[in-house]
Design a protein around this ligand. Sequence first.
Ligand code: FES
Ligand code: FES
Length: 213
Amino acid sequence: MRNKEDEEKTGQCQCRRGFTRRGFLTSVGVGAMAALATTGKLSSAKEASSAEIAAEQAVVITLTVNERSHQLLVEPRWSLLYVLREHLGLTGTKVGCERGECGACTVLIDDLPRYACLTLAVEAEGRRITTLEGLMQGEELGPVQQAFVEEDAMQCGYCIPGQIMSVEGLLRARPQPNQAEIRQAVSGNICRCGTYPHIFKAAARAADLKAKR
Ligand code: FES
Ligand code: FES
């Protein structure tokens, strides 16, 4: 089994979060180039050799967030977390460590939990992004949100949006998960208040609520 250090050296982490810090840094140039190519601003192979220039240029991208399409002018170095909060006002996604360690920023990308702090906004173009706000059903809480309330699964609450998104991602893939799968699903979400027993119960309760709805 590869450890985290090995993965960071190779930049080949295949974990569910998708990106290592090294991968994140190297992907700035790649993401910038891809964004420029799709917007028609990449006019020659000569220009493509300068990732530094591209990283500073604002580009227009279209993000699909909670089933709504947004056209945005972004710098290729901006994280998805920054764009969601500061440009789309979706502050349900929390800022924690900003380096892929705490899970507070977890969102779903194509139904899979991902750290928004380690995902570039340009990389998320063309993908389905779901945030905490997208789990609401009109004015009502979604089943996972409801289950966290019913099971009293929060103390300070700061980690909870990320925990909820990880559980939502799990249930989209495994509607009736077992305890081991629940624990695995939230293993990338740190709760400094230690409410894990309630979080595990909430995940199981959420599976029941989803099945009933
Ligand atoms: S803020 Fe993204 S993992 Fe901590
Ligand atoms: S409830 Fe406080 S960090 Fe989890």
